[in-house]
Design a protein around this ligand. Sequence first.
Ligand code: B12
Ligand code: SF4
Ligand code: SF4
Length: 411
Amino acid sequence: MTSWPSNQPPVRNVSDEQRRNWKARFQDSDRAAGIEVTEDFEPFNQMNDMFTRAFWDETVRTKDTDAFFSSYRMKTAPRRGDGFTLKDFALRNAAWAVSDMVSARGEGEGKREGFQAAIELLTPVADEQLEIEDSANFTQELKEIAKLFGADLAGVTEHDERWLYSARVDTRDFSESPNELPEDITHVIVLGHSMDRELVDTYPSALAGASTGLEYSHEAAIVIQLASYIRNLGYEAVPSMNDTGLVIPLAVKAGLGEYGRNQMVITPEFGPRLRFSKIFTSLPLTPDQPKRHGVTEYCNICTKCADQCPPKALPFGAPDTTPPNQSTISGVRKWSADCEKCFSYWAKLKSDCAICMRVCPFNRDFSSWTARIWRALATSRYRKLALWWETRFPNGVRLRPKDWWASLAQR
Ligand code: B12
Ligand code: SF4
Ligand code: SF4
């Protein structure tokens, strides 16, 4: 087994000057977004996320975690249970195939692009630079271009190095590697990619994992295309999926939604049922403002995700600053999951879980008027009525995978 030296994360001391600089730059926008960062704050080292620890940390790595990873490429793990048959695993793995091709390109250099390294583009930054006279107009136009390429949501925020990983991972030996970005980055474009509702309804199952794989494959294409467009305009653009930094605080700052107890950004359009990607750029864009819709207040009175999480990985109490373990960032007041419990459940399933996304009452189809009424109540002072409604008529009831397969014949 590959072991990272001493299996301890390096201590990264943020200087007092750096803390003062962050406070001066971000204090007001943090407050508007409901973000509270304390004196203990340290940027997170990607070596410590659960996926990465499952390779170097003997306290996490097991036969089940190894079998979980190999089930995506080499060995599926079919069994008799509904949702875990050969067809279910085959559909999940096929949905991931485009994303897999992108992430496999840099494997020889230890760069699992899109996950443990940013995506490298063939397009150079053009010599000729577009003159941008009206930044607000240009930003609006760029968001429409993002949608043309297939994004469902687009927002812009200032570049904020607090959320960059303090180090990334060299996947050849799972050692620490510098996490580098070009120096002239000023903004981050955050893109949202909604997930197929019926597939999500089948969580937990290998079939449901196709909803996740599909969006990674879509987002790989979308960030590559949008970043190429920007580079052709003569500006820097680094396409990024899960790599390089934390997307949740960026999505909140970019006004796309609010952070929930289930550890996800809950958007007005899709609730938590979406994924995010990002592009780091030097374009002179106009940032969006964070928006408070009333989700935090609803999460304060609801614990449905925590109740229904099989390994009880989600918190029941108020947001705090105590990390459950080394896979949690320090110095941020927030709801934090015990990700060791979460990931060990995935390893047992040999597939990912998102029950906490499925059961969240904000995971509704908002094209229906009843869903819109529920949302209006939930985000108002009548939230207790919405909670009563949700208890009486629960949303996000599991769809049996075999019923999903049977429904194909009726489409
Ligand atoms: C590693 C990872 C995981 C790990 C757990 C995280 C960990 N601690 O290791 C595992 C494998 C368990 C996991 C599970 C899931 N994940 Co995940 N995960 C990530 C990933 C790749 C990195 C996050 C990370 O480094 N966390 C380590 C530290 C920072 O974790 P933490 O302190 O607990 O902080 C978490 C939150 O509190 C929040 N956060 C961090 N800093 C701050 C600061 C502020 C101010 C706030 C408000 C929040 C916040 O983000 C962190 C997310 O893990 C992100 C993509 C990305 N680059 O951001 C996706 C991501 C967060 N995951 C996502 C999803 C959807 C899931 C799952 C539902 C699985 C699935 N099938 O889709 C489950 C949900 C589990 C849960 N309820 O917690 C989505 C969330 C989308 C959304 N709507 O918000 C992301 C953004 C991926 C994506 N492409 O969209 N995940
Ligand atoms: S299930 Fe309830 S507590 Fe959990 S994120 Fe959704 S609204 Fe918030
Ligand atoms: S993904 Fe599953 S195991 Fe992890 S926190 Fe959500 S419900 Fe719990």
